[in-house]
Design a protein around this ligand. Structure first.
Ligand SMILES: C[S@@+](CC[C@H](N)C(=O)[O-])C[C@H]1O[C@@H](n2cnc3c(N)ncnc32)[C@H](O)[C@@H]1O
Length: 252
């Protein structure tokens, strides 16, 4: 495992990315239910280091959909989240869990750039679709402060798992490229960036499986806007499509 490049860009203050799901808890919940319904990301993580009995940090935990899942098997989960409306969703979800699960989750109101945990206190750091902390124009380098913090809090032998969208494979990649700012050149830049920091990129093919086209359209509209969602729906038969994730992972 390479030691990675020196981290050079440290922020003066955290950048909080304002995800639309913070403002629409119902559609955001629907998205988490239809995206990766067979939990292939979790299965991939288990092949790296099984989560059972481990201490996990979920960075950019959002409404806590994954944090409470992980707390069913982990010894403890630290849900790290800076956005106030997401924190409200997170607290609501944990309060609705059985006591023994809730007791295994701690909410940390913080950004990835400065996590209030001691060094080498976490076995697995997971961050799902939450590793872009700067302006979109600087999406790649803006991850660096978070990487430095991940390397600080994860114990030697532990794993860092950054889940991003794959921009090359699957239907979702074509939506991102055709209706968003992403392109194949960014896919190459992201791979090169994470590789330079000692991460391996692995593509995990999954899918979105919605209960109806209406539900699918609602979530797509939150992600891409109404006109793009309508255009995307014309490309899809039924209520499912292929979504590949690009997972950047490394051992600490
Ligand atoms: C696309 S959402 C993903 C949330 C969650 N991981 C999930 O899969 O449902 C991105 C999350 O990153 C959070 N976020 C924004 N800026 C952040 C920062 N500087 N550090 C950590 N998380 C951040 C957002 O508030 C939001 O909850």
């Amino acid at each position: 495992m390479t030691a990675g490049l020196p981290i050079t860009a440290l922020p003066t203050e955290p950048f909080v990315y304002d995800y639309p799901g913070a403002h629409d808890a119902v559609t955001y919940e629907l998205e988490n239910r239809i995206a990766d319904p067979d939990a292939r990301i979790e299965a991939f993580m288990d092949r790296l280091l099984p989560m059972d009995g481990r201490v996990v940090a979920d960075v950019g935990a959002g409404g806590g959909f994954h944090a409470v899942r992980y707390a069913q098997r982990a010894a403890h989960v630290f849900a790290v989240e800076p956005a106030p409306k997401m924190l409200a969703q997170l607290h609501r979800r944990i309060a609705a869990e059985p006591g023994e699960i809730a007791a295994r989750i701690s909410v940390l109101a913080a950004g990835a750039e400065a996590i209030p945990l001691p060094g080498e206190s976490v076995d697995i750091l997971h961050s799902r679709l939450a590793y872009f902390f700067g302006p979109a124009s600087d999406r790649v380098r803006s991850c660096e402060p978070g990487i430095a913090e991940a390397l600080r809090i994860v114990r030697p032998g532990g794993r860092i798992v950054i889940v991003d969208n794959d921009l090359r494979e699957g239907d979702f990649a074509t939506f991102l490229r055709d209706f968003g700012p992403d392109d194949l050149a960014l896919a190459d830049r992201l791979d090169q960036f994470w590789s330079a920091h000692g991460f391996t990129g692995t593509t995990v093919m999954s899918e979105w499986r919605a209960p109806s086209r209406k539900a699918l359209g609602r979530v797509l509209a939150m992600e891409f806007g109404e006109p793009a969602a309508a255009a995307i729906l014309t490309r899809i038969d039924g209520a499912r499509f292929r979504h590949a994730y690009r997972i950047y992972h490394r051992q600490r």
